[in-house]
Ligand binder design. Structure first.
Ligand code: NAG
Ligand code: NAG
Length: 431
């Protein structure tokens, strides 16, 4: 008898749920639902790149479309409606997990061109609990600077560096740009735990959640990540002779090979990547202590000082979070170097520029397998599909990991029905 009562209850409960679901479906169906012809569609969505094989397959009978409802305009206006801008550009405006909220990150992004590429990088790494310092090359066109400033003005946690350098490739200015941002970041109210530096040609492979987990894992907990080794003989010239930035365009030997004094404080020089993840106490040490300050001054006339500065300091016993015995550990960047072809990778599907691969869409399967924090380099002018495809894949991964309800505007793609090879778009597919 009791069992029967239970069954009856279950039945009534199910009936209730069914009525609710049916009402919801009915109400949704009542909203006008006339398919939009495909000619109009082109205004609202664009196909995902055809060979974007890394994207999970769409439902049979459907195809993935990008939701580029509003083009990223070159002139983001000063009086923009920021709520609207955030959703038009698909920014994720809520923390996606408690874990991420409890471990805010700081980012330094140095840029000089391509507003759209920058917006796509920023929205890929943006989270409201993080903080972002944008260093704009002082040589950049005024309207570019204005657009970036206006965009930053729409986010309380995004700002342009208070001092912006004229940046020279391999010059001291590149290092100074990071230091400028660090000076601003330590004054930020955000209690960030790590700072990560990026350039405009980087794009994330890991999600914010994955970054947070990676840096809290056993290997990197309370430790700086600055991949590099003791300065090899082939790199000695960089710090043995004096160099200077010429006309803000390149770095050249000064005079006829003028020798430099040895490094201050008898420091052992290291050589590595300019990319890092640094703990906050280490950044405070860099900005305030005598040894880092002396090394910075001494580095002014060296070649590509950002490739020795961080890694040298991170091998000092006294530096907070240092990794004295560390070498190339740390999955900071996936880069295809030309000289590693046949060993680390099987060639560049895009094109080598300065011996570094600018990725084509065919490089993506290799890239996502590496599970690096970020990948370098992307150039939208020559290989737009690589970034298009990676961006869609990355956003899919983020939304799959989210522990909060996903807002429609956070999606970059929508599934569109294909009937007799015509795309059928429902109103509301484009938010
Ligand atoms: C901005 O746009 C949103 C959404 O359309 C609207 O609700 C809000 O009132 C607008 N805000 C301002 C200040 O105009
Ligand atoms: C500098 O370091 C080297 C070894 O790294 C050591 O032999 C030498 O005594 C040191 N010199 C000074 C002045 O501390």
């Amino acid at each position: 008898m009791v069992q029967l009562e239970n069954t009856k209850c279950s039945f009534l409960f199910c009936l209730g749920v069914c009525i609710l679901i049916c009402s919801a479906i009915y109400l949704k169906a009542k909203i006008p639902n006339t398919p939009v012809p495909s000619t109009e569609l082109s205004r609202q969505t664009t196909p995902a790149p055809k060979s974007c094989d890394i994207l999970p397959p769409a439902t049979p009978g459907f195809t993935w479309q990008r939701k580029d409802c509003k083009k990223i305009s070159y002139e983001t206006k000063q009086d923009a409606n920021c709520t609207l801008l955030q959703s038009d550009l698909h920014f994720i405006m809520a923390p996606l997990s408690k874990e991420e909220e409890d471990f805010p990150l700081a980012f330094i992004i140095t840029i000089h061109k391509e507003l759209e590429t920058f917006v796509r990088l920023l929205r890929a790494i943006y989270a409201p609990q993080n903080v972002y310092c944008i260093h704009i090359d002082a040589k950049a066109p005024e309207e570019y600077k204005t657009s970036v400033r206006n965009l930053a003005g729409c986010f309380p946690n995004v700002f342009v560096a208070s001092i912006n350098e004229k940046v020279t490739y391999a010059g001291f200015s590149r290092l100074q740009a990071d230091i400028n941002c660090m000076n601003d970041l330590v004054k930020s109210p955000t209690k960030w735990k790590r700072v990560i530096n990026l350039c405009g040609q980087d794009f994330p492979i890991q999600t914010n959640l994955e970054l947070v987990r990676y840096m809290q894992g056993p290997e990197w907990k309370d430790r700086n990540m600055t991949p590099g080794i003791k300065q090899p003989p082939t790199m000695k010239h960089r710090t043995e002779f004096q160099y200077e930035e010429v006309k803000g365009t390149h770095v050249a030997p000064k005079g006829k090979g003028q020798k430099k004094d040895p490094p201050p404080h008898n420091l052992t020089m290291y050589f590595g990547t300019a990319y890092y993840s640094l703990t906050r106490p280490f950044v405070e040490f860099v900005l305030n202590d005598k040894v880092p300050k002396d090394l910075l001054e001494w580095s002014r006339d060296t070649f590509s000082p950002d490739e020795h500065y961080w890694v040298t300091l991170n091998h000092m016993k006294e530096a907070p979070g240092s990794y004295v015995e560390g070498e190339w550990e740390g999955n900071v960047r996936a880069i295809k170097w030309r000289d590693q072809e046949g060993t680390a990778h099987q060639g560049c599907k895009g094109q080598y520029i300065r011996d570094i691969c600018v990725y084509g869409i065919g490089d993506l399967p290799w890239l996502i397998e590496r599970e690096s924090m970020f990948a370098n380099k992307f150039e939208t002018a020559n290989f737009p599909e690589a970034l298009d495809c990676l961006e869609l894949w990355h956003r899919h991964k983020i939304l799959k990991q989210a522990t909060v309800p996903v807002q429609p505007s956070w999606r970059l793609t929508t599934e569109v029905e294909v009937i007799n090879s015509t795309l059928i778009l429902k109103p509301g597919d484009c938010f």
